[in-house]
Design a protein around this ligand. Structure first.
Ligand code: CA
Length: 236
């Protein structure tokens, strides 16, 4: 019996999906507690204090976002939302309300477990994830020197504009987590107006060009279509 197992609260009303996910988690060595409704989940959260919550949004008694809202009032427990493919707006809302990540149904075991590992890692080292002493961040061949505001890939300096640098630095500070378009825009420009998303996309296209990103390569920054951008923390 391993007492160091992470405890995951799984909130899902559909039997098939709940059983499938519970099996995936248990097989991977996580301890799983289950709730089928929002009110059950509230109680389980308070009594079990899980390390992570996997939350379906469509629950019989209430919207899963209600649970997210009440959890965020008192804790930073990572929350991964389960959502249907077409619900881009739900994903954005959940992320802006403090969800750490989302997984789109249908999903595979490998994808879900990668998201779980990433969310647990981020919460353990939220203040210094990926950062080295001296204000440096490294990810594969990418190095960011926060003090000097310089970026290197394979030891070659990448010349970015101030705005481009700010975007990359912001994503690196939240490495592994999807940042919504509006959260990036707010962080970089301080306000949102018509055309902000377009402006962000133009900057991002320039960053990709300067990074020399090619299709099929391990991309440092992933575009989550309709939702936002994520600095890719997954090791190949
Ligand atoms: Ca459901």
């Amino acid at each position: 019996m391993n007492n160091n197992k992470y405890k995951i609260l799984l909130v899902e009303d559909e039997n098939n999906i709940r059983n499938l996910v519970a099996t995936m988690l248990e097989t991977a060595g996580y301890h799983t507690v289950i709730a089928k409704t929002c009110s059950e989940a509230q109680m389980m959260f308070l009594s079990h204090l899980p390390d992570l919550i996997i939350l379906d949004l469509g629950l019989p008694d209430a919207d899963g976002l209600c649970l997210l809202e009440s959890v965020r009032k008192s804790s930073l427990t990572p929350v991964i939302v389960l959502s249907a493919r077409s619900d881009e707006r739900d994903k954005v809302t959940a992320l802006d309300m403090g969800a750490n990540d989302y997984v789109t149904k249908p999903f595979g075991s490998a994808e879900l477990l990668a998201r779980v590992r990433s969310a647990l890692r981020t919460s353990r080292h939220s203040s210094n994830e990926g950062k080295l002493p001296g204000g440096k961040f490294t990810l594969h061949d990418l190095v960011i020197d926060y003090d000097a505001r310089r970026i290197f890939i394979r030891e070659n300096e990448i010349k970015l504009t101030q705005t481009e640098y700010n975007i990359v630095a912001f994503l690196s500070e939240h490495c592994g987590k999807v940042m919504t378009y509006s959260s990036i825009i707010k962080a970089i420009w301080g306000h949102t107006h018509e055309g902000s998303v377009k402006k962000l996309q133009v900057n991002m296209a320039n960053i990709r060009k300067k990074f020399g990103t090619r299709i099929g390569e391990n991309n440092y920054i992933i575009n989550e279509l309709g939702v936002g951008y994520r600095m890719n923390a997954d090791k190949e």
